[in-house]
Each structure stands twice: as structure tokens, then as C-alpha cells.
Design a protein around this ligand. Sequence first.
Ligand code: HEC
Length: 157
Amino acid sequence: MNLAKVMTFGAAALALSLAPALAQSRKDPRQTNIEQRQAFFKLVGLYYGPLNAMNKGDIEYNAEVAAASAANLALMVQLDTSKLWLAGADRSYSEASLTLPKAFEDAGAIDKGLGDMASAVAALAPVAGSGLDPMKAAFAGVGGACKACHDSYRFKE
Ligand code: HEC
């Protein structure tokens, strides 16, 4: 191989090795952040669902299911969710997001909302499996924490 060929080969190999990195970086970090935030709340919703249905009487109370759902919610609220709120990753950037820009403008609002949710879930977890009435009493606090944040910071479709 002469020098020109070696250099051409080198440039082609470099371009190939960079291709996956470039493909990845084409995705706007705000888009990824919105998807990650939604993924978190989808999982929260997965464990919230059965408790909510029992609370409303849509399904029969089941102590095991209630306790397991609340235990999983309790794990979810322990995650470090600070990285889920990248500045600008809201509805002003993409309509795929239901997060209102106000969520970023009101200092401390998200932390407070998530903190309230974590406290309510911590109160629910130990009693969720102890019967319908204690579950419902504690669940009200959890539902209230979800609703408070959604009412202020989630776009209503
Ligand atoms: C601190 C504010 C806050 C709290 C607390 C909160 N949410 Fe949300 N939630 C949001 C925001 C903002 C969105 C919109 C996310 C987006 O689209 O960018 C959302 C979206 C969701 C979604 C839709 C996810 C999707 O995209 O499919 C579900 C389900 C959900 N929340 C459930 C809950 C439940 C259940 C609770 C309480 C246990 C809760 N949330 C507590 C702010 C909150």
C-alpha cells in the first residue's frame, strides 16, 4: 500500500468507527430526557394502577397485590430522579412532552412535589397490605400528591 492508499483507508476506518457515535448524538438530549421522565412515570403508574383500582372499588382488594404494589412504589420513589428534569426538556421544546415550562420556572417545585409523593408512599407501604380501609386512608395521600403536581405542572390534553 502506498501512503495515499493508507491514508484513504485510515480515513474510511475512522469514519466507520465514528458512525454509531454520530448516529447517537443526532438525537437531541431533551428528547431523550423527556422519554426517560415519561418512562419513570409510566412505571410509577404501573404500580399505582392496582392500588387506585382497589381504592375506587373497580377491583376487589387483595392484600398481597396491594402490599407488593406499594412496596414497588416505595422503591421507585427512592431513585435519584434529579436527572429527569433537564432544563428546556418540556412542552415548549416538544409537544411529545406534557411537562409545562412552569415546572422549571417555579424554583423547587419539582423537588417539593416528588418529596411529597415520597412521603405519602412511605406512609402507604407499611399499611397497604393491612386491609382495605387502612390502605384507602393512606392511598388518599399518594393520590393527592400525584394530583397536586399534575394540576400545576402537567399539560391537560
Ligand atoms: C413532581 C411532579 C409530579 C408528581 C409528584 C407526579 N407526577 Fe406524574 N407526571 C408529571 C409530569 C410533569 C408528567 C408529564 C411528563 C412529560 O410528558 O414530560 C407526568 C406524567 C405522568 C404519567 C404519564 C407517563 C407517560 O408519558 O406515559 C403518569 C402515568 C403519571 N405521571 C403518573 C403519576 C402518578 C401515579 C403519580 C403519583 C404516585 C405521579 N405521576 C406523580 C409530574 C408529576
